[in-house]
Design a protein around this ligand. Structure first.
Ligand code: UD1
Ligand code: BG6
Length: 365
């Protein structure tokens, strides 16, 4: 069922305008959001002292992308947990917390064990999954199905963007009783309906990303710097490159650059910097200047038409993407990186849909 595509990963990347549409279907109403699976529990969530996101791999990264907006619209502190690490530490969870479990398959062993643990601790447990009837969907108190359609490629692509959108809608639903953020929430809700169209636009970068992959085919390593909403984009872009293209790649918080990673920068190591427009823009401009001062081999992801503002001389390569509301930008920005990882994998002759040593669903610890 790959249709006109060579691989499932390729199909699933290009399917995203459609999968995002089905994720939002029936859930956007009069500039607001209705999530049937959360409605009865919103009051409890709003009264929680902490929201904890728990997941593994790409699902964890999706939660990382949504975290800033959940904090902004709910005013509740949000902490992040890799499921295995929470279990290793047996980190304290109190009854007044909301634990949100994110899992495409709903069957990842560590995530399910962390769920059992949080249930025992007495927290409200919320699931976000693509799989109706999965263990996660059955054992959580409530939740939201992401409705992205079946995902076959081991590397998660369309589930990632749908997970972000579900958590964005969750932020809107939790924050709906706060008048202070009404204008902001309405702007986001309005932008959500136009998002699939913007995703179609960014998918037109396919050939450009193939060219970029050709230029990177023999490199050993790739760094990706992001911050704010796009810290997650850096992490997820690097995860895609390492898991399918089998190339060492690291996602890094740009704010940490001077605390170690800068030592790696030279004329040969490719560095992607995500510098699309948001409140962190000027900080990213200064990161770019510092990387240029070290003669870094820069590839800059910026908003369309913004190249001269991010890099005044001609020494950088650019990935120009459409600008959307800041909290939705991670959905746009990950797509060129998914395409890059895909083309790098094909060019390097590796298995796209079944990467070496990996499984779609890790059901053992
Ligand atoms: C539901 C129906 C959908 C229908 C719509 C119409 C299902 C699966 N969904 O969608 O077909 O078109 O009503 O109003 O029948 N849940 C969990 N844990 C999870 C995920 C979900 O407990 O991890 C629970 C939810 O709390 C909810 C139920 O599963 O009770 C369905 O969730 P979801 O499909 O997201 O709800 P709707 O979007 O309302
Ligand atoms: C595996 C997959 O490692 O599990 C990843 O290869 C995925 O793509 C991770 O992100 C977590 O899976 P799930 O189903 O819990 O989201």
């Amino acid at each position: 069922k790959k249709g006109n595509y060579d691989h499932f990963m390729q199909k699933e990347i290009h399917e995203q305008p459609h999968s995002l549409t089905t994720t939002m279907r029936g859930r956007l109403k009069n500039n607001g959001v209705v999530l049937g699976g959360l409605k009865a529990h919103l009051k409890t969530i709003r009264h929680s002292r902490r929201i904890i996101f728990i997941g593994c791999g790409t699902s964890y990264n999706a939660a990382l992308a949504a975290r800033p907006l959940i904090e902004e619209l709910s005013g509740i502190p949000v902490t992040m947990e890799i499921a295995s690490d929470l279990l290793d530490r047996q980190g304290p969870i109190y009854r007044d917390a909301t634990a949100v479990f994110v899992s495409q398959s709903g069957e990842t062993a560590d995530t399910l064990l962390a769920l059992e643990y949080a249930l025992k601790c007495g927290a409200l447990c919320v699931g976000i999954t693509n799989t109706v009837g999965s263990t996660l969907a059955r054992k959580t108190h409530c939740g939201v199905h992401i409705n992205a359609g079946c995902e076959i490629g081991v590397a998660s692509t369309k589930a990632y963007t749908s997970q972000i959108i579900v958590m964005t809608m969750m932020a809107l639903a939790i924050g709906a009783d706060r008048t202070s953020s009404q204008t902001r929430s309405e702007a986001i809700a309005k932008n959500l309906s136009g998002l699939p169209g913007k995703v179609s636009e960014v998918l037109k970068l396919d050939n450009e990303m193939k060219d970029l992959a050709v230029s990177l085919i023999d490199t050993q390593s790739l760094l990706i710097f992001g911050r704010g909403y796009n810290y997650a984009t850096a992490m997820e872009g690097a995860l895609k490159v390492k898991e399918v293209a089998l190339m060492h790649s690291e996602g890094l918080l740009a704010g940490e650059m001077k605390h170690g990673p800068l030592a790696l920068v030279d004329e040969t190591l490719p560095v992607i910097v995500i510098a699309t427009r948001d409140d962190c823009f000027s900080k990213q401009q200064s990161v770019i200047q510092q990387l240029q001062a070290r003669k870094g081999r820069l590839i800059i992801m910026c908003s369309e038409g913004d190249t001269s503002n991010v890099c005044p001389n001609e020494s950088c390569r650019f990935i120009e993407v459409p600008q959307v509301e800041d909290c939705l930008q991670p959905v746009i920005n990950i797509i060129p990186l998914q395409l890059l990882a895909y083309h790098l994998t094909v060019l390097r002759g590796h298995d796209v849909d079944q990467p070496r040593n990996l499984a779609k669903s890790v059901t053992t610890q």
